[in-house]
Design a protein around this ligand. Structure first.
Ligand SMILES: [Zn+2]
Length: 374
């Protein structure tokens, strides 16, 4: 409500040719003064910090948009802030240290104006949290996500370097010959999802039964996503632990996602996987590189460099005129490793990798903190 009130106020000011409402004035208008009106008196029942944080999100969204328009901000164009809906899949409130939220000795979480809530902790907090975001997801689950400052955890150096080929028959093939099969969680769960979807489509719009069915579908999706993320975490942690340098092919370059293979590509969760490798490498003091140029990784011989003919998908191994026998995917992974090393040499050895933002849903919901490497 506060986010939308703030957005509406700024939009109206803009429409009437009035100057941009400053952060301070906006806070006074849509929080302090609004509380005195009968329509918004209930805002007093909510922690003031939560209201301010909602406005802080709006202000950040405006800053990103304005700096993007003027060209001060690099990268993709940022769209202007949009209204939020109570029907949004994800609802969240944020308490900062100022709100005096507290983790109690009995494991409960004390939230101002909410009360003491029971928490099932996924792990112990490594440090005093500076904020907590309470998230309500589409499946009806509540999460408490804490921002904590941690140090990097460098691993002892190892000798091996690895290239990874992301494939369709196998989720990942490593240049050392390791092959990991893609768990087709989504496929397996697809039948159940289809049934739930069908149930949902039969329910009348706006009915309570429909609301229940929506949650059921969301739950089924959430379970699949959780299992897949967990599996990707285990795989990426192992690869980073066992290798000093990890190279993958840039997925934009492979261009697979735009073909009819898209579905299984997305099932496989490659981009989540490479993002995990990237930030885990940064934290562990390992090298991570994306090979962002096109080269025929599959049909180039990793021993002599000759480029052979296009290989049909069902050809799993081939023999180069130089005499080397190649497993299709392992050969590709070896080429990726070679190309990754070469790219790294071109750029010069990096002393320390740049901070990598944690993924959304991974740790941090506070953008500034995320990109500062905290
Ligand atoms: Zn050869």
């Amino acid at each position: 409500m506060v986010f939308n009130d703030g957005l509406r106020a700024r939009q109206e000011a803009h429409a009437h040719g009035l100057p941009y409402i400053s952060d301070g004035d906006l806070s006074k208008q849509v929080i302090t003064l609004a509380k005195r009106t009968p329509q918004r008196v209930w805002l007093g029942e909510v922690s003031a910090v939560v209201l301010q944080q909602a406005l802080a999100d709006l202000n950040a969204a405006y800053r990103n948009f304005l700096t993007s328009v003027t060209g001060k901000r690099k990268g993709r164009r940022v769209a202007p802030p949009r209204f939020r809906s109570r029907k949004d899949n994800r609802q969240a409130i944020r308490f900062t240290a100022n709100a005096r939220f507290k983790v109690l000795n009995n494991g409960q979480l004390r939230l101002p104006k909410v009360g003491d809530v029971q928490v099932r902790w996924s792990r112990a907090l490594p440090a005093e949290p500076s904020s907590v975001t309470v998230i309500h997801d589409a499946a009806g689950r509540y999460f408490a996500s804490f921002v904590v400052q941690t140090a990097d955890e460098p691993l002892p150096p190892v000798d091996s370097e690895v290239g990874i080929d992301l494939g369709l028959t196998h989720f990942a093939v490593l240049s050392d010959g390791t092959k990991t099969t893609a768990p087709r969680f989504l496929r397996r769960a697809a039948r159940k999802l289809r049934r739930l979807q069908r149930d949902l489509s039969r329910k009348q719009r706006g009915s309570n039964n429909r609301k229940k069915a929506v949650v059921k579908v969301a739950r089924a999706h959430a379970r699949v996503a959780d299992t897949r993320r967990d599996w990707l975490h285990k795989l990426s942690t192992t690869i980073i632990r066992d290798n000093q340098a990890v190279y993958v092919e840039d997925l934009c370059v492979t261009g697979l996602a735009r073909t009819r293979l898209a579905r299984s590509v997305h099932d496989a969760g490659w981009s989540m996987f490479t993002a995990m490798l990237e930030y885990k490498a940064a934290r562990a003091g390992r090298t991570f590189g994306k090979v962002d140029r096109f080269f025929p990784s599959t049909r180039m011989c990793s021993d002599c460099g000759q480029v052979g003919d296009q290989l049909p998908l069902d050809v799993r191994s081939w023999i180069c005129p130089c005499g080397s026998t190649h497993d299709r995917d392992v050969n590709a992974a070896k080429n990726i490793r070679t190309a990754g090393r070469a790219d790294l040499n071109d750029r010069g050895a990096q002393v320390r990798p740049a901070p990598v933002p944690a993924q959304r849903g991974e740790a941090v919901t506070h953008r500034e903190l995320a990109s500062s490497g905290v």
